[in-house]
Design a protein around this ligand. Sequence first.
Ligand code: ACM
Ligand code: ZN
Length: 630
Amino acid sequence: MKRIFSLLLTACLVLPMQAFDVIPAPVKVTVQEGTPNLRRELSRKIGKKAFANRTAQLPAWAQEEAYLLTVTPKGYKVEANTETGYFRALQTLAQVDECCEVFDYPRFPYRGFMLDVSRHFRDKDFILKQMKALASVKLNRLHLHLTDDAGWRLQIDRYPRLTSRAAWREGAAWETWNTTGRRYADEGSPDASGGYLTKADIREILALADELEMEVVPEIEMPGHSREVIFAYPELGCKAGSEEFCPGKEATFVFLENVLEEVIGMFPSAYIHIGGDEASKRDWAQCPDCQARMQAEGLTTVEELQSYLVRRIERFLNAKGRRLIGWDEILEGGLSPNATVMSWRGTEGGIQAMREGHYAIMTPGQYCYINNAQDAPVFEPSGQGGYLPLDAVYGYDPLEGIPESLHPLMMGLQANLWQEYVVTPEHTEYMMYPRVAAIAERAWSPGKSADFRERVIRWNDALAQKGYHVFDIRKERGERKAFREGVFHLAVGKPVRYATPWHNSYPSGREKALTDGLCGGWSFGDGRWQGFLSDVDVTVDLQQTQDIHYLGATFLCQPGPEIFLPSDVEFWISTDGEHYTRALLLPNESGQPAQAYVVYGATVREKARYVRMLAHRSQAWLFVDEIVVN
Ligand code: ACM
Ligand code: ZN
């Protein structure tokens, strides 16, 4: 009897605890008995002393969003310091289905999502719909990438050609636009694709943002990614057809300040994003105006000339009471005094900015670029290549490895959705959900939790019910089998000699990568694939002559990042390392499919110590891993 009793007791104890099904996971939850009444508000206390005392140890920005939510069989109560905190409590309430007490506040003040509406335009209604989903997981920044080569997306009264000409292009699909000369079209012409947000649209977006306790951060790109502006106003470039503003000309600053003045008039956000990424600065070195500017200002490099532009723009914004954010390139040539850095080329830019006393927002491509495929790219809509599953996004902790002294300068993190290959609104939602939930939870909750996936499923299903085109995370296939399992073969651990020069290559894993028994996964950037901008000519030394029955290697095809299959692959063998005979000539039999992982291999009956692989590049990049010898 005693024994049975203790077994029963054990059974009770190990029954799984009912997960508290809220995203982002709150700081502190106590679940209580009873059937909750989720409809009746019993009390709402905002700005009272008791709650202020309870949250007094938190930073001011966290106090602002903190809340205490109590759900009982009679109804619910909320305590908060501000309306913002009250609104956050309601987002929790919307996901709760039990009696509980929740005390909660955010880990970071900046919890963002960026939508690129330049490469493929999304209209006001679409944006409003996404804002509601984003707010439901307590994201509090919507960063709109409003301008880029592919189209200007914001009404500016002073410069009507920005929207009558530079908001429209020939060919909706990125490939069409990109490969047929990147031609713009006039508004209303039959093949014009594009659009823009009017001032009335922006007012509606901002009214909803206000309700959702969200800030909309507008991005106006400069000095690069500005081909569309120079098309509409050629006098702003170093020469006709420039893709970048000319920082040598005063006209450029007149234009930028006029545009920013209208932007400031529209958007109340504390921050204005000025882009700053990937400016080639190609024309600046030859431009007499740029050269004169550099001489007058004592600038010695084009990076310093970009800094000159950013500093001038920062002074302008600061004088209007606004703060500047830029992509991490704004560090090059010297950072403006009050700028905040959005770190996208890894985390180094953000860390450097914090070391210099600036705020940083983390958006490293490796974890936060949700334009990468979320599942096996061979089964996903054709896209950019790359692979960023939900777990990888969730795995990113922006404070990991960052010295504690810098933590107060970490503003938060953001998911970015670049839309070159995201053609339809449905595809945009598919890329967003559920991955934005991973960013939301890492930016709000104090730590990771094991039940995240189950909670995501519920939230994602609820979105699907409301008509969002989500990715069904239950059907996730996961990483490439060869990546997960590896491969054992005769060449594992054997040295590889490269006749191909390392320069102009992507030598991840260096000399060992091709014969380490580890296979590249869905993503070319996973550190296992090796990329080359040339033919690949490598020789494996098996260190003794032996029987060989198979020779092969896997190649990658991802047209987005310009990775293509070889035109053919030859395998040569030798016993002495001097006299080689060709064992295989394997032509490309697949063409260049949208997304593929293709083995060039075949059985052989040979004896050899040395195996030379010669892969002929067809165009752009050639990516290979692993060379298999058996
Ligand atoms: C970026 O991805 N060029 C910021
Ligand atoms: Zn110039």
